[in-house]
Ligand binder design. Sequence first.
Ligand code: ZN
Length: 353
Amino acid sequence: MKALVLRGHGDTSMLELTDVPTPEISDPGDVRIALRAGALNHLDLLTMEGFPGLKLDFPHILGGDGAGVVESVGGEVTALRPGDRVLFNPGISCYRCEQCLAGEHSLCLEYRLVGEHLPGTMAEYIVLPHQNVAIVPTPPDPHPPISWAEAAGYSLATLTAWRMLNTRARLQPGEVVLIWGIGGGVSSVALSIAKVLGAFVIVTSSSEEKLAIAGDMGADVMLNHTELDVAREVRNVTHKRGADVVVDNVGEATWEHSLRALGKGGRLVTCGGTTGPMVVSDVRRIFWNQYTIMGSTMGNANEYAQIIALLEEGKLRTRVDSTFPLERGVEAVERLRDGRQMGKIVVEVRGEK
Ligand code: ZN
């Protein structure tokens, strides 16, 4: 099959469209999917560049998110059939350990991500455990049907943002949430989720164009973080109270500002640090204001079922930034690297029958 692979760690010159062996069903619980589209996440850049502890067998297929048609199923799979239109949770766990049996799949010691530790979605086929696979739902009228690009771009960012805001930060109706860098996949879906949960949402970007789109998506306050002191502006619009929740995936460049933007008893939740991981926290600010700082990554099977239900109810959609054919997959990765996107960058794949 055709696949966009990494030949080694480095920049986009390490990417190559090539032929690799088609994956086979090896476990009776597996499902083989003919992919129709894959989608990129910031994680794909980290995987491409490499980081301590990541050991890959090259060539490695990039891409964490995807959607397609079930092509064949293992002997123990009863809930899915060939021909089903599906999307999937890219976090694979063992489904046997104490954490998995308690429903906390992303805390499993064997937790692995599609496209990071496992072969990715920039390919014609993928094999996954049936537990990770869900039928693409049909939202009620007047919502249009979900396209392959939307289905492909939905899972990773939505699951991540849902666990961050709903499970971890327990964002409540009427609370104030600050979301940095509204162009990214997790940030833009975090905005939509925060509105679903009834929060007052403040977003930031360096791009006036992205801020205008965020306004159309329901953001209550849009701040250009290159021109404004974001923490001071948050205090101004909240009558000095500060934000109840801050979503910070930016890391070194924003962390101190995030702490200054939080109100007393505030919660800061992070799932990454795109500008660098080594943040500095003033411990006096943390204890005196009784902050909670929490990490979050991906989500469990129950949370995945919740976001599929939100998709089915028409409450959440994927914002697709752009689509590229697999043959131009390198351009898709370059667009992600340059941070020009507002929503998901999708690569269309045509799986053979
Ligand atoms: Zn497990």
